[in-house]
Design a protein around this ligand. Structure first.
Ligand SMILES: [Fe+2]
Length: 305
């Protein structure tokens, strides 16, 4: 009974040893990941310096709060959506509006309005945008009282809450649809943005020779009783990175049409005084199969709920 191991013997010990029941699922997944990493180190002859540089990078990544950036940038967020789409197709579930990644920058509890609101809090900047439409069920019927939770970056490509220079909930609002399922909001067309330079995420992307740009987009969570929570984004057409998003989040059905020169009439309550750019977009929800599916919870809140 020696304590000298070959790499294979060590791996077996790491994966097999346990003195309590633990969690079988966690053990299985951990064993796979550890096995794959052992293999990577052996086959690519990873040096001690390379290994510890990676460990240091992971620690800095966690400390910087950028884990959610790396998961998107390495394709995991989109992978989960692809798998959810595949599962829906297998189950014959209604298509609805395509899902898109949530991203790491959602904040719950944004100010709530009925039918219409301004995201830009009365400070005109950039090109005025009014987005409007309806929330519909799979049969095209209006969903009254649905919650449209919307957020986007400011003119510098930064999000309130994570950017100390912005007011709380700036460019974040929740809008409850009216009896016809309608919503509308005024804001400005947000720019695209890039991962913060000098950050652990940027460091890896530099080493990979990849850019960290995201095309201009607006995020949504759309929730309604009896309907499956929809997490999605719309993309602004014409962006350089529309088809080269570092987070792989663009989807064909989510690139909206801009209608510049839309007349003011009927939009006065949003404070518009000149022709503006309108986007019309209806959100089509899937019926929820379980109560859990309809819960208006962002991804992290869902796993800790
Ligand atoms: Fe975003």
């Amino acid at each position: 009974m020696g304590n000298e191991f070959t790499a294979a013997e060590l791996l077996a010990r790491v994966n097999d040893s346990h003195s309590a029941a633990g969690d079988e699922r966690v053990r299985t997944i951990t064993a796979r990941i550890v096995s794959d990493l052992f293999r990577t180190i052996e086959e690519l002859d990873v040096s001690a310096n390379e290994f510890w540089a990676a460990a240091d990078w992971l620690a800095r990544l966690g400390a910087s709060g950028q884990v959610g950036l790396i998961t998107a940038g390495l394709g995991f967020d989109r992978l989960l959506d692809i798998r959810a789409d595949e599962a829906d197709r297998r189950a014959g579930r209604a298509a609805g509006t395509p899902r898109a990644i949530e991203g790491p920058l959602y904040v719950a509890g944004a100010p709530l309005s009925k039918y219409e609101t301004r995201l830009d809090e009365g400070q005109p900047r950039g090109e005025v945008l009014v987005m409007e439409g309806r929330v519909l069920d799979e049969h095209g019927r209006a969903v009254a009282g649905a919650m449209v939770d919307v957020w986007h970056a400011n003119e510098n490509g930064r999000y309130s809450h994570f950017d100390p220079e912005q007011a709380e909930y700036a460019l974040r609002r929740r809008i409850q649809t009216d009896a016809q399922g309608r919503y509308r909001f005024r804001s400005f067309i947000p720019p695209g943005y890039a991962i913060p330079p000098g950050s652990p995420t940027a460091e890896l992307f530099e080493a990979l020779g990849r850019h960290g740009h995201r095309p201009a987009h607006i995020h949504f969570l759309v929730a309604a009783s009896g309907q499956r929570l929809l997490t999605t984004q719309i993309n602004i057409p014409g962006d350089t990175f529309l088809d080269d998003d570092f987070a792989f989040a663009t989807r064909d059905g989510l690139v909206v049409s801009l209608e510049p020169g839309t007349p003011v009439s009927g939009y006065e309550s949003l404070g518009v005084t000149r022709p503006f750019t309108r986007v019309r977009f209806d959100f089509v929800l899937q019926p929820a199969l379980t109560e859990d599916e309809s819960k208006p919870l962002a991804r992290m809140a869902r796993v800790t709920a």
